[in-house]
Design a protein around this ligand. Structure first.
Ligand SMILES: [Zn+2]
Length: 294
């Protein structure tokens, strides 16, 4: 009996320790970027936050299932409600928290194509309560917020990750949030079905490089805080992959033949680019599919 009791206790302790570890991995990572700008990391897209005298400005809100945790993390810094929220694009790992945010009085902004795509999802779901999650203010090309001592320039980049992407540049603080038009250190997801394109993606990164300088801090859609050098590397990588695959495509090589040519991506694979959400195979398939559209 005593042995059994001991075993039960040990089992319970082991279970508690596993539970504690799980709890720990659920903690959100709030990274300070400047005195008043933060990046919040969890399972979805990276959130950007500006805290200051005017209030709280937010970029993206991850998954619906994470929003209470996100709101608690924000409240641990500042008890005010978020005043403005920008959706960088329509994907659910960036907009899932919209309904909960709107219910607290937050005003949501996006490029007009983002609202159109989200509206379609709401209509398909037949849950009209969800219409409150739609961006209340839309823009076509760009807009600027004057907030917390910053000029916050929100600008649309065309047919990059999707057809509604916006980047958010805190001009005085010299920090830019890229949305999913940058995955730091990984092959990017380019959503061809939602209007994304490989060359559009590279062009959007060139636009970022024109607007910013070597000291700009870059909050990527996914991955850790980066630099403009990281952005330039990704841009050059995409142009390189596009050039190589388009030459092979013109020679009449099939997708299967191209996928076998490990030399195309060897340089990037060695740096771990294929170890994220988008594998090497998926990256090559995307470039090939994009070329086949034309
Ligand atoms: Zn995305």
């Amino acid at each position: 009996m005593k042995i059994l009791k001991l075993t039960t206790t040990m089992f319970l302790m082991a279970a508690i320790s596993v539970f504690a570890q799980e709890k720990k991995t659920e903690t959100q990572n709030l990274v300070q970027v400047t005195e008043h700008i933060y990046m919040l990391q969890d399972k979805g897209g990276n959130i950007g936050l500006s805290f200051g005298d005017d209030g709280i400005f937010m970029i993206d809100d991850q998954f619906d299932r994470n929003i209470e945790k996100t709101q608690a993390t924000i409240a641990s810094k500042d008890k005010q409600q978020v005043q403005f929220l920008v959706n960088t694009h329509h994907h659910g790992d960036h907009t899932g928290g919209n309904l909960a945010m709107a219910k607290t009085g937050t005003v949501i902004f996006s490029q007009e194509n983002v609202r159109k795509r989200l509206q379609k999802t709401v209509e398909d779901s037949k849950d009209m309560d969800l219409s409150k999650s739609l961006p209340m203010v839309t823009f076509t090309e760009d807009m600027t917020f004057h907030y917390n001592g910053d000029a916050i320039f929100v600008f649309h980049v065309h047919n990059a990750h999707t057809d509604g992407d916006a980047m958010v540049y805190f001009m005085n603080s010299n920090v830019i949030h890229t949305g999913d038009v940058f995955f730091n250190g990984r092959y990017p997801f380019i959503d061809l079905k939602s209007g994304g394109s490989v060359l559009g993606y590279a062009k959007a990164l060139s636009k970022l490089l024109m607007l910013t300088n070597k000291d700009t801090k870059v909050i990527p859609g996914h991955g850790d805080l980066g630099t403009v050098a990281d952005v330039a590397f990704t841009r050059d990588m995409l142009l390189d992959l596009h050039k190589q695959v388009s030459e092979l495509h013109e020679e009449g090589k099939t997708e299967a033949e191209i996928l076998k040519m490990t030399s195309i991506t060897a340089k990037y694979d060695a740096l771990g680019y294929g170890s994220g959400f988008i594998s090497t195979e998926r990256m090559l398939k995307t470039v090939y599919a994009d070329l086949s559209k034309k």
